[in-house]
Design a protein around this ligand. Structure first.
Ligand code: ZN
Length: 497
């Protein structure tokens, strides 16, 4: 029989192996699978997910977990037990019928959403939002929550976070950001970005992106970079981490910052302790913490002056044609241009969070019953006007733009802004520990930061929940002030405010 803990870990590792196989199949589906392979692949993914779910939620697993709960465990083992028991409880609380209902409803809803977006037809999609919200309310009731149903949904992506706490932090972010965007709009400073629309050969874009990510410490013997329509990072283990990006000849910054972003995620996975592979102790904390890694590298490092002090001459060397006569200052201003726009995924560093705040407030209102589904377009547009000073000309560029709601992904959006806030707070702590950080970056030495992140954030795996990790690494609870200071310092200088 053995210890309950050991039996629990046998199942856990099997489930993790199936998870790795699922990731690989999913990665292949997005990169190399021929189009007609989709149906078979869908079935294979479903079969494996089903086997994994049955194995994980078995009575045998339940018995092993409860035995483990009365055994004497090391601190690392306690982390595994805590997280495995949490996942087990969550998946046992949601009935098989409800899971099936959600899967079936969202597979239709995604298609309805695609068509509705194309035809700019919100009324065609709205009954499906109502159904998906209804199903997610059932999930929330099944799992349970402290203050409001939205807590249970948020908990799926950001374990331990509370809606009220996050709303409080976001509240302190909103007005200063709205104000900064308005001041930038009225600054009269307009930077040129015409050269970024010239032809940048794709092979050179790839070479440059690989060079930068290698310099960040991304290990290509334990990872690779491929092409997919929607960039992502996935992993089969810490020694097999896959990044993807997309290239367009006249959008060199899309692939470059995309690669830096995904490599930031990739470093988090490669930085896990191999001893704990396939266990929570060797896994990332939450989506928000994951996003803090990608956004720190993409924005705080990749769009910084220091970074381009080193990389600009190399960029000009690689792309001598389109970059002819462009100064470092002009380039720096162009990659940091702020301009309110309708589409979230195209938004700049400053306006991006206002797109997220809008979605968070709407989702929270939907689940609290304060916002009716039919009113979504008008609520959306009113908030766009208040926050960004622009109103989408149609729902395609407004409430219908994101895929998330069509598969019931409510509670996901706030993790993007949490990522930005965590990133700024962690970066401040890194600067205090590494007083010459900026000088290092300006010399192209990116490993001191990578090593600091590895020690403080990657290696601990799931030892701490997001809130605890922030407190432990930075000495204070999550606060928007670090991010606001960073924004103001950077953009006051850029826009001479
Ligand atoms: Zn990301």
């Amino acid at each position: 029989m053995g210890k309950g803990y050991d039996r629990m870990m046998v199942v856990q590792r099997e489930v993790a192996d199936i998870g790795g196989a699922l990731s690989l199949l999913g990665w292949d589906q997005e990169t190399y699978m021929p189009r007609r392979g989709a149906e078979t692949r869908g079935r294979q993914l479903g079969t494996l997910a089903g086997i994994s779910h049955t194995r994980f939620t078995s009575a045998e697993m339940g018995a092993a977990i409860s035995e483990a709960q009365s055994e004497t465990l090391t601190p690392d083992e306690q982390v595994n037990l805590r997280e495995i028991a949490r996942s087990y409880d969550r998946s046992r609380k949601i009935s098989t019928e409800l899971v099936k209902d959600i899967t079936e409803t969202s597979s239709v809803a995604i298609e309805v959403w695609r068509e509705a977006r194309q035809n700019n037809d919100f009324p065609a999609f709205s009954p499906w939002i109502s159904r998906l919200v209804g199903l997610q309310k059932q999930v929330a009731e099944a799992i349970g929550y402290t203050d409001e149903p939205y807590d249970a949904l948020l908990d799926e992506y950001e374990p331990g976070a509370s809606t009220r706490d996050i709303a409080g932090v976001f509240e302190t972010l909103r007005d200063p950001l709205v104000d900064l965007v308005a001041r930038i709009r009225h600054s009269g400073v307009v930077s040129r970005a015409d050269f970024l629309e010239c032809e940048f050969p794709i092979a050179d874009q790839e070479r440059f992106g690989v060079t930068v990510s290698r310099q960040m410490g991304f290990d290509y013997d334990a990872g690779r970079l491929d092409v997919s329509p929607h960039p992502f990072c996935t992993h089969m283990g810490a020694q097999d981490v896959r990044l993807t990006t997309r290239y367009a000849p006249n959008l060199p910054t899309q692939s470059l910052f995309g690669i830096i972003h995904e490599a930031g995620h990739g470093l988090y996975e490669q930085g896990q302790d191999p001893v704990f592979e396939g266990t929570p102790r060797g896994s990332s904390v939450s989506l928000g913490i994951h996003e803090s890694q990608s956004r720190m590298w993409e924005n705080m490092v990749g769009r910084s002056r220091a970074f381009w002090r080193f990389f600009f001459p190399r960029f000009v060397d690689t792309f001598s044609g389109p970059m002819q006569g462009v100064s470092e200052d002009e380039f720096y201003a162009a990659i940091n241009r702020v301009e309110p726009s309708f589409i979230r995924v195209e938004a700049d560093e400053v306006t991006y969070n206002l797109h997220i705040l809008l979605r968070f407030e709407i989702e929270r209102g939907l689940f609290a019953g304060d916002i009716a589904v039919d009113d979504l377009p008008s609520v959306w547009n009113a908030k766009m006007e208040t926050y960004l000073g622009i109103v989408p000309p149609d729902d395609r560029q407004g409430v219908l733009q994101d895929i998330h709601w069509s598969h019931g992904g409510f509670g996901y959006f706030p993790t993007y802004t949490l990522g930005n806030l965590y990133a700024a707070q962690f970066y401040r702590a890194a600067e205090q520990d590494l007083p010459n950080l900026e000088d290092h970056i300006a010399r192209g030495e990116l490993l001191p930061l990578r090593d600091w992140l590895r020690e403080h954030i990657h290696r601990p795996g799931m030892t701490y929940r997001a809130g605890e990790l922030v407190q432990k690494v930075t000495g204070t609870p999550l606060s928007a002030s670090y991010f606001l200071n960073y924004m103001q310092r950077k953009f006051n200088a850029l826009y001479r405010l």
